[in-house]
Design a protein around this ligand. Structure first.
Ligand code: SF4
Length: 321
């Protein structure tokens, strides 16, 4: 199999997703072993630096100002809070520190503040990632100049289904920001969300869009919808867990050099399902921000699972070349 292809069609990915489960996992495991360390997991942590009140209307998101979910809005965190959170992340063994702000797009003044935060996180020896919404080319360049390692900007779903999830922006806006980030020389973290009522073809469409990027995103977070009461997707139907595993496997096959990350929704997955996801090629996980503020039992559950599976939680900076 060639290392990287950028011309996967939606139909080809639909066919992958429809393979007998064992055949699909076998292909995914072969791709994984050819391009990734077989038994290694990378850990990232997430801190919300500005919570709630977002003007966008993403149907899955409790931070949207369009829905009442009981979430309290918070202003931009101060620098000391970021420093403390970064120090805790180091103690917890994370290698990458992601900061998220609920903005449609940052102002240049917002960006000044975030750049100071990035410097603080860098001083603690962590890789940096931020997710701030849409960026202009000049804003992406400013972030690159301050040494930002990754920018997260998800495509969420297929172009065809996108309008049913978000009405305040269009797919091309996402593609444009991703291009600005890439052209500025920042590594790209880009994935999507499953379980929003999309079809299998939409899931294939998302993967085909991700795999059409040249180079592929270095990180591909695959989220399982967290149903939040008060959002339009608060009572979305359950996604078959094996369909989720199939998408992980197809992500591994279509983007063999990328880190495929289990992100939101992981706390609701059984150990057995997570093990299947790792077998299918997932090799990165997110610890949520609660890790940073409370002693987190999930962290112990994760460590125990990694031990049971013989997975090495890689605390180094392991981006495959
Ligand atoms: S842009 Fe981000 S923070 Fe805002 S509503 Fe959408 S997902 Fe939520």
């Amino acid at each position: 199999m060639p290392a990287s292809r950028y011309d996967w069609t939606v139909s080809e990915v639909v066919n992958l997703l429809g393979l007998p489960f064992n055949d699909l996992l076998y292909q995914a495991q072969c791709a994984h072993r050819e391009h990734q360390p077989a038994n290694q997991i990378q850990i990232s942590t997430l801190l919300s630096i500005k919570t709630g009140g977002c003007p966008e209307d993403c149907a899955y998101c409790p931070q949207s100002a369009h829905y009442s979910t009981g979430l309290e809005r918070e202003n931009l965190l101060d620098l000391d809070a970021v420093r403390i959170a970064a120090q805790r992340a180091v103690q917890s063994g994370a290698s990458r520190f992601c900061m998220g702000a609920a903005w449609r797009a940052p102002t240049d003044q917002d960006l000044d503040a975030v750049m100071r935060m990035i410097e603080i996180v860098q001083d603690e020896g962590l890789e940096t990632c931020v997710t701030l919404g849409m960026l202009s080319a000049s804003q992406a360049q400013r972030l690159a100049d301050c040494g930002l390692d990754y920018y997260n900007h998800n495509l969420d779903t297929s172009p065809e289904f996108y309008g049913q999830i978000i009405s305040t922006r269009v797919y091309q806006d996402r593609i444009d920001t991703l291009r600005h980030v890439r052209e500025a020389g920042i590594r790209v973290c880009c994935g999507g969300i499953l379980g929003m009522g999309e079809s299998r073809r939409d899931r294939a469409g998302l993967l085909a869009q991700l795999a059409a990027q040249d180079p592929h995103p270095e990180s591909v977070p695959i989220n399982l919808l967290m149903r939040v009461e008060g959002t339009p997707l608060g009572d979305a139907a359950n996604l078959d867990p094996l369909e989720f595993v199939r998408v992980i496997a197809a992500a591994r096959i279509t983007m063999p050099r990328s880190m495929v990350r289990l992100s939101a929704g992981r706390e609701e997955m059984s150990d057995e399902m997570q093990a299947l996801c790792f077998l299918a090629g997932a090799n990165s996980v997110f610890y949520g921000e609660t890790l940073l503020t409370t002693p987190n039992p999930d962290m112990h559950r994760d460590q125990a699972l990694f031990t049971r599976l013989g997975l090495d939680a890689d605390m180094g900076h392991s981006q495959p070349s």
